[in-house]
Design a protein. Structure first.
Length: 445
């Protein structure tokens, strides 16, 4: 599932609503501005036309007045143009920027649109003349465009400020959620204490209460699991140890090589195997109950050396462990030392049990602080390799394992945030099995 941020989604949604609102507002403002500017220009055009009538009437009655062109100074493409037309439609007087022919042939009083001009036709004067005043379309469009830009552009330029303000407000509003998130992330890893009182809004208080209730129940369940594992270890080990001792004493009482002696050996072997199975079940129960959640700093190589010295020689099968170090003298990691010992012991015992009798188990300390354990055995198919960390899954090598060693190691590794990688066959060979474990942020010295 694709991850997403609540702050990003809220910010995006608010910005979309704001932008859509500004867009609609801009269209409305633009249309209103165009309507108002057009109305004001038309009013000005009409006013100029009506005021021009008087001046034109005086000019036409002056002695020696004749149809001519009224040359005006500083006439440009934005200057109003006017014409005086008689009843026959002839232009008797015009400005130099007006066309020689009349703007319109329809003499109805009011506004008319012609090529390049917006024209107002004034009322017919007593002298049977009409005044036509035209405003260049270019000037009108430019005025409308500028007015619309002045109204709309500031809103568009303000969008980055709106985005910054919305983002700031959303982040400030989500700070209580961030505090709750940080407190929830701090839980686990041995810390199952309830979340303390925070300054949370009403919408988050119910979530905090539900999390605290869950943490309380989880702490009670884990405490019960740990107590059961400790009690079961004591209650099961002692009877099995006593049973094995009695069987061994019985073996000394029967003649060597007899049928009873062979049966006693079988009982002793099955008792030892049962003891190992019980031990693995107890370890699996402890691993499932969260025994590896603690985070203490310790030297990983010290634990590894103790286990290698303890398991390095199997007197019954003559197997041994060869340890090679490519890293430093100390590898300090954070985790639970006892749980790490259980994890490494299971990996080493698994390698000894399933490895070839004439090939030692190789334990390599890598430069990055990782531990690589390899043993010789037939290569495993990929589907079997993918299921090895499940409980009670055996590699099919014919050995009498419980199928719990790798499951225990994987469970502890998950709780300690340790990366556990399985591979088979080994690089450059068609045989072998390897396990590489890497602790988060190891300190190699």
């Amino acid at each position: 599932m694709k991850s997403w941020s609540l702050a990003t989604r809220i910010t995006s949604s608010v910005l979309m609503v704001v932008i859509l609102g500004l867009l609609i507002l801009s269209i409305a403002v633009g249309g209103f501005t165009r309507y108002e500017v057009t109305e004001r220009l038309d009013n000005s055009l009409q006013e100029v036309s009506e005021r021009l009538q008087t001046a034109v009437a005086i000019r036409l009655h002056e002695p020696g007045a004749a149809p001519s062109i009224a040359w005006l100074p500083e006439v440009g493409p934005r200057t109003l143009a006017y014409q005086v037309v008689d009843v026959a439609g002839h232009v008797v007087l015009r400005s130099q920027n007006a066309p020689p022919d009349a703007f319109v042939r329809n003499w109805r009083t009011g506004f008319a649109n012609v090529p390049h001009f917006r024209v107002y036709v004034a009322d017919l004067m007593a002298q049977k003349y009409r005044v036509l005043v035209g405003e260049p379309i270019f000037h009108r469009r430019e005025a409308v465009r500028r007015a619309m830009l002045i109204s709309v552009v500031p809103m568009l330029l303000f969008l980055p400020v709106i985005w910054w303000l919305v983002r700031l407000v959303v982040r400030r509003a989500l700070r209580p959620l961030d505090r709750l998130h940080d407190e929830m992330r701090a839980r686990g890893s041995g810390n199952l204490q309830p979340i303390p009182l925070l300054d949370l809004p009403d919408e988050l208080i119910s979530i905090q209460r539900a999390v605290n209730t869950l943490l309380t129940r989880l702490e009670a369940a884990l405490s019960t699991e740990r107590a059961f594992a400790a009690s079961a270890a004591h209650e099961l080990r002692n009877p099995l140890g006593a049973l094995l001792a009695q069987v061994q004493m019985l073996g000394r009482m029967v003649p060597d090589g007899s049928d009873a002696g062979r049966r006693v050996d079988i009982i002793a072997d099955r008792t030892r195997r049962l003891g190992r199975t019980v031990e693995k079940l107890l370890q699996f129960s402890r691993a499932s109950s969260g025994v590896a959640f603690r985070r203490d700093r310790f030297d990983l190589l010290t634990v590894l050396h103790v286990l290698v010295d303890d398991l390095g020689h199997n007197p019954r099968e003559g197997q041994r462990i060869v340890m090679v170090s490519d890293g430093g003298d100390h590898i300090f990691v954070h985790g639970d030392m006892d749980a790490t010992g259980i994890m490494l012991r299971n990996l080493l015992e698994n390698a000894l049990m399933h490895g070839g009798g004439d090939m030692p188990v190789q334990v390599a300390v890598l430069q990055d602080g990782g531990i690589d354990i390899t043993n010789d055995c037939p290569a495993m198919p990929p589907d079997m390799l993918a299921r090895l960390t499940s409980p009670f899954v055996r590699g099919g090598s014919g050995t009498h394992g419980s199928g719990l060693g790798l499951a225990i190691a994987n469970n502890i590794a998950t709780q300690m945030d340790v990366i556990l990688r399985l591979r088979s066959p080994l690089a450059g060979s068609d045989r072998g099995f390897g396990v590489c474990i890497t602790f988060p942020i190891p300190e190699v010295t």
